[in-house]
Design a protein around this ligand. Structure first.
Ligand code: SAM
Length: 165
């Protein structure tokens, strides 16, 4: 667990983590955002219009070829300050216990977060975007083009959330 990862609430359940990892990954850059404290951070990608900067490591510069033509990107990032052992969570703003895989909480076995962000500008290996919800300096895992034609599912439902504001 990360040294400064967040605690556990009443009603939450943690499990023992596996002894070893099954795979490794590369951080390909860092995400610079205005937020250094969890309480200031947006809860989801649409909660803030703040401009954030994705800084891709120079090594991967050529991998950005063509990205400037995209209006929106799927951004995957690593929630480095999350605990990874929770299976049942009680989000503060809902107050009801739900399984980790029914939630978008950053606390999960592999703390991979995703957001669809609007691309404003590409300056070399720096991408300016709107639509991220992570703390400053969060590690970047991947960038993919968002295809509205295949990624958008107009009739998708999250039953437990239906009817909430
Ligand atoms: C609910 S998650 C949603 C993340 C992503 N949009 C998703 O759906 O996968 C966003 C929250 O994660 C927390 N968070 C942001 N950056 C983090 C980091 N580097 N490590 C751990 N938690 C983080 C903040 O509390 C933020 O409000």
């Amino acid at each position: 667990m990360a040294q400064d990862s967040f605690g556990i609430r009443d009603g939450e359940i943690a499990v023992e983590l596996p002894e070893s990892f099954d795979a490794s990954l590369y951080f390909i850059g860092r995400i610079r955002t205005p937020w250094t404290r969890r309480e200031d951070c947006p809860k989801n990608a649409r909660e803030s219009d703040a401009i954030c900067t994705i800084r891709v490591d120079e090594r991967w510069a050529k991998a950005l070829t063509g990205v400037e033509t995209c209006s929106h990107l799927v951004v995957l990032y690593w929630m480095s300050r999350s605990r990874r052992d929770l299976v049942l969570q009680v989000p503060r703003h809902y107050g009801v216990g739900r399984g980790t895989f029914a939630l978008r909480s950053p606390a999960r076995p592999n703390p991979i977060a995703m957001s669809v962000a609007r691309l404003l500008r590409v300056d070399g290996t720096r991408l300016s975007v709107i639509g991220l919800d992570c703390l400053d300096d969060t590690p970047l895992l991947d960038i993919k083009p968002y295809f509205a034609s295949t990624d958008a599912v107009a009739d998708a439902v999250v039953g437990w959330h239906a009817g909430r504001q």
